[in-house]
Design a protein around this ligand. Structure first.
Ligand code: ATP
Ligand code: MG
Length: 418
């Protein structure tokens, strides 16, 4: 992509109405646009990152046997009444709306109920299970406060997977596979080393404990107690002797930290299957309810978390797999006439080699401004072409996370990505 063709502009100043670092940097760099409090649009750069995150999650969900679906945003109140979750006292962040001809519909805040009912039409025998279905779908939540930039919003895309098993044992095996998939996702997103599997309380309708994935960050809304060596943690909301013992941890090994909940997984038991009639006939001919789990990751929450944990005073520092581009090529426009097309040619060659390049071809912008924009946008590898480097048939290459630049011959440039 050519910088001159991007419709977004970088801003030198932080937006006055943002407090969270993720929102300040992402807005300044042109990744997001704030529509209103807790509601953000994703612009070309931001959408590229969101799609990278989606791609990683999709690969890991498919790897554990997930099948992708897309459920609806408008939801039938009747099924929610059956589980007791239509009640605003039970689920306090519903958006609901009225139909023109009378009657109400729900606007999706999660999808357990509709998916369970859907499956009653397809599952009848033990041979139809196990199943794991997932989607990337917009959730609407009437959050009381939206103050953490894109990490706590009223409209966001969630990856939600739901598992259906024939027994508690079969469920537990899948649950642990999903833990493994989550660990891979967070590793690939660059936050693996600072993300902890954390024992937490259940939400509406979960019994017992759940597992959260919490990323250490001063921007976090949660307090957790971590065992750094064992890489496990306990959320403050359930921090007691029982939870500590359950996690196999010792109080003296634990340290208090602030953290962001990037994802979570819930054992749901048979409550939904019983309430909505998701039964199957087992090998003995008995009718049994499916054992269920649900597994969520907020894509924007994850993107915001990456920014909160990967930036410096100049801007964002994207981990490679989620970066909007792999290379940011800057042409310093001081060349002699005969070199005028070199930047364009290098951009084409790198693109043809399969590298995702942001090419800063802007004419009227100073080298200093181009460097500042590159630091703000945070592409992992920066390539500078100038009259000076071209004299040596080379370009200057610098990683965003490092201070030192090296000179790389033009024909080797394609191997210079991080
Ligand atoms: P929280 O405790 O942060 O309010 P939750 O426990 O309600 O979240 P779930 O309903 O389990 O979250 O949602 C799964 C995932 O969706 C969360 O782990 C998080 O990544 C994301 N998420 C939840 N609420 C929001 C929100 N308001 N804005 C952005 N992402 C969210
Ligand atoms: Mg939570």
């Amino acid at each position: 992509m050519k910088f001159s063709e991007l419709f977004t502009k970088t801003l030198r100043e932080d937006p006055a109405d943002e407090v969270a670092i993720n929102a300040k940097l992402l807005a300044r760099a042109g990744f997001i646009y704030k529509e209103m409090a807790g509601v953000y649009a994703y612009l070309p750069l931001g959408l590229r990152v969101l799609k990278k995150i989606e791609g990683i999650i999709r690969e890991e969900m498919n790897a554990i046997g997930g099948q992708e679906v897309l459920l609806t945003t408008l939801q039938d109140p009747e099924i929610w009444k059956k589980t007791g979750r239509w009640d605003d006292a039970v689920v306090d962040n519903w958006f609901k709306t009225k139909l023109a001809g009378g009657g109400e519909v729900g606007i999706a805040n999660t999808h357990e109920e509709p998916l369970v009912r859907l499956l009653t039409h397809y599952v009848s025998s033990y041979k139809d299970l196990p199943l794991a279905l997932y989607q990337f779908q917009t959730k609407f939540r009437n959050e009381l406060r939206a103050k953490s930039g894109i990490m706590r919003v009223r409209e966001f895309i969630m990856k939600d997977l739901y598992s259906f098993n024939r027994s508690e044992e079969e469920f537990k095996e899948f649950y642990e596979q999903c833990v493994g998939a989550y660990e891979k996702i967070f590793d690939r997103a660059g936050i693996g080393p600072i993300t902890y599997r954390t024992i937490a309380a259940g939400g509406s309708f979960t019994t017992g404990f759940t597992d959260e994935f919490q990323t250490l960050s001063s921007a976090g809304e949660d307090i957790i107690y971590i065992d750094e060596r064992k890489k496990r943690a306990i959320n403050k909301e359930v921090y007691n002797d029982e939870a500590i013992a359950r996690a196999g941890l010792k109080k003296s090994d634990l340290r208090e930290e602030k953290a962001i909940e990037v994802g979570n997984i819930f054992p749901l038991g048979v409550r939904y299957a019983e309430a909505l009639g998701l039964l199957y006939t087992n090998e003995q001919g008995e009718r049994k309810p499916a054992v269920m789990g649900s597994y969520g990751i907020g894509l924007g929450r994850l993107m915001g978390t990456i920014v909160e944990t990967h930036h410096d005073e100049k801007g964002i520092m994207w981990p490679e797999e989620v970066a909007p581009f792999q290379m940011h090529v800057i042409e310093i426009r001081n060349q002699k006439i005969e070199n005028r097309n070199v930047g364009e040619k290098i951009y084409q060659e790198l693109t043809d080699a399969g590298i995702e390049v942001l090419y800063d071809d802007r004419e009227e912008i100073s080298a200093g401004e181009k460097f500042a924009d590159a630091d703000l946008i945070g592409v992992p590898t920066r390539v500078v072409i100038s009259e000076k480097t071209l004299a040596q048939n080379a370009a200057e290459v610098k990683q965003r996370s490092q201070a030192k630049a090296t000179l790389v011959p033009l024909e080797k440039l394609r191997y210079a990505t991080k």
